[in-house]
Design a protein around this ligand. Structure first.
Ligand code: NAD
Length: 500
């Protein structure tokens, strides 16, 4: 059985508990078979790797901005060259189809490109003569060792929201990826090494709650970026801040797509299907609720259903597949249970994915795309994040009711509106309660030089990830006040210094 290990000091690292390591099975979602085992770090492993990162951070922080930027440029080139290889690794453990995995790598690379501009991004400001013979300048300095704890659904892109910027800022980074698809992290570590990143600046700790808790409590870890489900995001935020760390913790979502009566319904139906079922709905920005406003529902539902029925569900590495399996058998069962519950509570199952199987891969974790109409707000298919290929349709009479649905929802990650009315779109962008808004764009994931983050239960903390907020998160400010005074102005003065 293939064994997936940790990474530190520029090399694979085997757990210190080598005699009896804790292991987690990594499945092939297409067949359902176990394809590898990943070592789960103990507290001693975390201590060892944090110590290595602490040593590396000290000299990396002193490395010039030009040298750091050059490593970033080299890393970007090697990542581009390895993109297909990485996509294959992601597909084989996550289950998303290759084109989708290639897309996540491409979006991650955009963050590296942003981070290549670090000399410009870290420029401070300077004020001359703020007082007589006195100048002030500001700078931003790295924190030291920072960690990223990431979810299964984007094993390359979500870590890349974090580490290119953290490392460019002069920190050492420890990645704790999901134990469900851990291999991409190790491939990325090899690429960092090949790009010339000094040993110990990028590290991978494979693990579960034990590793997460050890990172949250470790005094030498200065900041935590987390992305995952809301209950764990809240836990990480509360525990990390209690231990004196800077924490940004992004949680789950329930993204609504509002379709106004004047929308181009064909375009809206295409968008709902792409954003609802892409990656089998396992995206934090997936559309899970279509809100049909003012009588468009019958026509819209029939257009969505027509497209949903012809989606090609199949093995992730088969280029003909449009949608692969979900990540585990337990997750498949959970998604099916939600569809059962929706049906039992009176919603109409327009397209039913519960019975879908893929010939030759009957053991795989399959759930077909599912469309549920006449969903109401008290049903669990509406209230809970299902994180599978399940699209719910809620019917409302007015725009105001649609906007209230979003406001009343505890999550506030992404939201979209489909309309031809510029005034309505502008009003929507202004008043809707969500961090990322799409106007005729169903998955409004911000580009790398803007920041990504939701509102409400979709984010705990103050800063969003990547963009200039990322630079801010991974650095701390320092302001230097300098005086080169004429000796003739010497003299003591016990009053509080004022500017003259
Ligand atoms: P998860 O919360 O189960 O796991 C996320 C990370 O936390 C993993 O590294 C995991 O090992 C760790 N973890 C799990 N249980 C833990 C515990 N009890 N204590 C400490 N650490 C623990 O999330 P997931 O299932 O891997 O990912 C799917 C979730 O992530 C969905 O809710 C999705 O919406 C969310 N997500 C959000 C965003 C966003 O930007 N807001 C992006 C991607 C995914």
């Amino acid at each position: 059985m293939r064994r997936i290990t940790h990474w530190t000091n520029g090399a694979h690292y085997k757990t210190l508990e080598a005699a009896s390591p804790s292991l987690h099975a990594v499945h092939d979602p297409v067949t359902g078979a176990t394809q590898a085992e990943v070592e789960l770090a103990s507290r001693s492993d975390v201590d060892f790797i944090v110590a290595a990162a602490t040593t590396a951070a000290a000299s990396w922080a002193q490395t010039s901005l030009s040298r750091r930027a050059r490593v970033l440029f080299a890393f970007r080139e090697l990542m581009e060259a390895a993109a297909d290889d990485l996509a294959r690794i992601i597909s084989s453990e996550h289950g998303k189809v290759l084109s989708d995995a290639r897309g996540e790598v491409a979006r991650g690379i955009e963050v590296i490109e942003f981070a290549c501009g670090i000399p410009h991004l870290l420029k401070g400001s300077h004020s001359e003569s703020v007082s007589t013979e006195t100048d002030v300048h500001s700078m931003r300095q790295p924190l030291g060792v920072v960690a990223g704890i990431t979810p299964f659904n984007f094993p390359a892109m979500v870590p890349m929201w974090m580490f290119p910027i953290a490392i460019a800022c002069g920190n050492a980074f420890i990645l704790k990826p999901s134990e469900r698809d851990p291999s991409a992290s190790i491939r990325i570590a090899e690429i960092w090494r090949d790009a010339g990143l000094p040993d110990g600046v990028f590290n991978v700790i494979q693990g579960d709650k034990v590793a997460v808790d050890a990172l949250l409590e470790h005094p030498d870890v200065k900041a935590i970026s987390f992305v995952g489900s809301t209950p764990i995001a809240r836990y990480v935020y509360e525990t990390g801040t209690k231990h004196g760390k800077r924490v940004q913790a992004l949680g789950g979502a329930k993204n609504h797509m509002i379709v106004l009566p004047d929308a181009d319904l064909e375009t809206a139906a295409d968008a709902a299907v792409s954003a609802g079922y892409g990656s089998a709905g396992e995206r934090c920005m997936a559309i899970s609720v279509v809100v049909a406003v003012g009588g468009v529902a019958d026509e819209l539902v029939s257009m969505i259903a027509e497209r949903t029925r012809v989606i090609n569900v199949g093995p992730s590495l088969d280029p003909a597949s449009e949608m692969g399996p979900v990540v585990t058998g337990a997750h498949r069962d959970r998604v099916r249970d939600y569809i059962d519950a929706g049906e039992a509570s009176g919603a109409s199952i327009v397209v039913d994915g519960r019975g879908v199987e893929v010939q030759g891969n009957e053991g795989g974790f399959w759930v077909g795309p599912t469309l549920i109409d006449h969903v109401t707000t008290e049903m669990s298919v509406y209230t809970d994040e299902i994180f599978g290929p399940v699209l719910c349709v809620v019917r409302v009479d007015t725009y105001e009711q649609a906007v209230s649905l979003v406001a009343d929802n505890p999550y506030g990650n992404g939201v979209a509106i489909f309309t031809r009315d510029g005034g309505a779109a502008r009003r929507f962008a202004n008043e809707v309660d969500a961090g990322m808004v799409g106007i005729n764009v169903p998955i409004p994931v911000p580009v790398a030089y803007y920041s990504f983050g939701g509102w409400g239960h979709s984010l705990f903390g103050d800063t969003h990830v990547h963009g200039t907020e990322g630079v801010h998160f991974y650095t701390r400010g320092k302001v230097v006040t300098t005086r080169w005074a004429d000796p003739s102005t010497r003299g003591t003065d016990l009053g509080f210094p004022t500017n003259k």
